[in-house]
Ligand binder design. Structure first.
Ligand SMILES: Nc1ncnc2c1ncn2[C@@H]1O[C@H](COP(=O)(O)OP(=O)(O)OP(=O)(O)O)[C@@H](O)[C@H]1O
Ligand SMILES: [Mg+2]
Length: 251
């Protein structure tokens, strides 16, 4: 089966600094794949290469079998490659329902007629509400986003990404900065997404990684140090020494 996403010999250099080194990566359809590694390992850079925010220095990126290496970021989004950010990027004064409706309208190409009550617009309003219910945000859909607990604000970001109908969803530390109790719920909600959305997520909390990932890639100094099931990664000798140290879950 054609992978959802694949990179072949992907490289990125900033001058003399190699931040992505010859990365061969495969994301099968339906995967829940974690990308882990120490600070500065190149995880966010790898996501930026996938989305096209940064051009690759060499190598290839394929989305559902299509070479997208030189496609613009918006062309990749249209093809179903969607991300969320490590740092929050919400419109705080809008309600989740307004913000997600705008995102649906953007996907449908009807942002410029936002003020008109067209049939398309009604459909967008309904679709946005359905997304918010799926993500357990139905109760707060009409409150200003800035008044919500930070954990729920991060879920609104996932809702905005879903509004773009992703085939592949890239999540850069979706739980960054939220309390552990809320981060577990965030990952439960993400885990309930349908299997036709393939997931690649960056996460530092190893408890969350080992609980929710089907496969794990360990990135160190821009290169893939190890890749495998959570079981394989937990027992990988290099991972234990270089990255996990004495982490108790690796037992
Ligand atoms: N635009 C840039 N120009 C020069 N160097 C950069 C640029 N962006 C990132 N880097 C460098 O690339 C390396 C990888 O950074 P990156 O942000 O991808 O790491 P990360 O694994 O996401 O780290 P963290 O866990 O802290 O989020 C770092 O050494 C960083 O300083
Ligand atoms: Mg990062």
């Amino acid at each position: 089966m054609t992978p959802a996403l694949q990179t072949l010999g992907l490289n990125k250099r900033f001058g003399a600094l190699e931040v992505t080194r010859n990365v061969d990566f495969t994301l099968p359809v339906g995967a829940r794949h974690a990308l882990i590694g120490p600070n500065g390992a190149g995880k966010t850079t790898f996501i930026n290469l996938l989305t096209g925010t940064l051009p690759a220095s060499s190598g290839q990126i394929q989305l559902l079998g299509e070479d997208i290496t030189t496609r613009r970021p918006d062309e990749r989004v249209k093809r179903g490659l969607v991300r969320t950010f490590q740092v929050t990027s919400l419109f705080p004064e809008l309600t989740p329902h307004e913000a997600v409706t705008l995102a649906v309208c953007e996907r449908l190409g009807i942002t410029h007629r936002w003020h008109r009550r067209t049939g398309d617009h009604t459909a967008a309003v309904d679709e946005a509400l359905a997304i918010l219910h799926r993500l357990r945000l139905g109760q707060v859909a009409h409150q200003r986003t800035r008044t919500l607990p930070y954990g729920q604000q991060r879920i609104v970001e996932v809702a905005l990404a879903l509004a773009l109908k992703p085939r592949v969803l890239l999540l850069d530390e979706p739980a960054a900065g939220i309390p552990t109790t809320e981060s577990a719920e965030l990952f439960e909600i993400i885990a309930e997404l349908p299997d036709d959305i393939s997931l690649l997520f960056i996460e530092h909390d190893m408890h969350l990684v080992f609980r929710f990932a089907s496969r794990i890639t360990v990135l160190v100094a821009g290169g893939v140090m190890a890749e495998g099931t959570p079981e394989e990664i937990a027992h990988h000798p290099d991972v234990r020494t270089v990255y996990l140290g004495n982490a108790e879950h690796a037992a």
